[in-house]
Design a protein around this ligand. Sequence first.
Ligand code: ADQ
Length: 455
Amino acid sequence: MANRLPVRWDDDSGQWVTSPGGLVSALSPVLQARGGVWVGWPGVAGGSPKAFTVDGINQVPVPLSESDIDLFYEGFCNGTIWPLYHDAIRPVELHRHWWHPYVDVNRRFASVVASGSDAADSIWVQDYQLQLVPGFLRSMGVTNRIGFFLHIPFPPVEIFGRLPWREEILEGLLGADVIGFQTHQSLVNFGRSARAFTSATGPAETLSYEGRTITTETVPISIDSPKYADEAERPSARAAATALRSELGDPDAIILGVDRLDYTKGIDQRLRAFETLLADRPDLRGRVVMVQVAVPSRQNVGEYQVIRERIERIVGRINGAYGAAGWVPVHYYYRSLDHMELLAHYMAADVMLVTPLRDGMNLVAKEYVAVRSEDTGTLVLSEFAGAAEELKGATIVNPYDVDELAEALAASIDSDVAEQRSAMRVLRRRVDRWDVHRWAAHCLESIEGVGDPAF
Ligand code: ADQ
């Protein structure tokens, strides 16, 4: 179960269609292959649509009202938890009138699952919107095996401890038998908070709490890498990448950023690094282009409007200062790309900039690596992305350091193919070996209590 169903209602075609996003990309192939039921909010306020099936996945909708969306989703989830768990890089808003709807919605999700599951079912709860669900399920007498996976970072105890409802959140999570984290750092942070603010004892990996043992694991999420690699081999994909390159004016280097438009993603620092590069290296003007794709996200949350305006101002400033007839330095799209378009962008890009200020994992980094079938190109990766714990062979940068970013960009553009290949081969081996199928199989085995506890 997850906050959102993996579908949205499309008014134009009059049917449910699969919607993009990290969690959807990760779990859809798993449910298609293994069966099961996805419980979540269908993405439109009100109503209570009946269960339905899309692309072979059974969907059980949990309705949310306009007020739930406002107070639970945009309020507590995205105004309190999201900034708090991302190192409080934006002010964390704390409101009791957001907390109570969070409790209420979590209880409703738990009721739907409690009444709809058989004794043998494993229950797998996804992410920060539903942290109270495992605890509610236990209080409703559910004895099934329960897993929880946190897609975003779990913050250090000093930051988490600010939350007035820290005990309730931890007690909710501790209702699970197995809790998965993207990184070892998050696992350690959780163990510290659990011991500090609840009666839990013991090492972070096996906490004792109210007579039960809660296992925690580091299980970094991945992507359907074989699918990406196969698609990249298609002549049509290669042709699309070549066409894109030529539409961009056949530059010496294409630098790419692909993100949800979110203040955690470091898009403004990244653009300023490109601006610095153009200022410092006049020889590159007219020869390199940057493409930044930003998917509209959480547009009703104030901080998202602020960051969008800031990004668009910087894009305008760079193009105004450096653009010339026949050369636009930054190509900026504020929209989603369809899957094959996205693939063509990854395939055409010589340098992929993945520079979040904090990120649970970051699937874009892995998607880029998966399509580099010739082992060329450079991944510039933030040390604060969960992916950096795994993808150590990338060019690792501090995303706050605009000069360091600009230097990494210059070095990537100047690098020769042999250097690129030796780094990319290591990255590809990792992404090929640990794909989303292995991730999900491992998580499910752990929840069922049959897996190898050591990752
Ligand atoms: P997100 O913050 O959404 O996910 P990310 O991991 O990068 O971030 O996933 C984004 C997904 O959306 C990718 O699969 C990507 O292909 C897709 N996408 C991005 N831009 C797109 C575009 N313009 N058009 C179409 N598709 C686009 C959260 C956490 C992450 C964690 C994931 C999964 O914040 O840290 O990696 O969940 O756990």
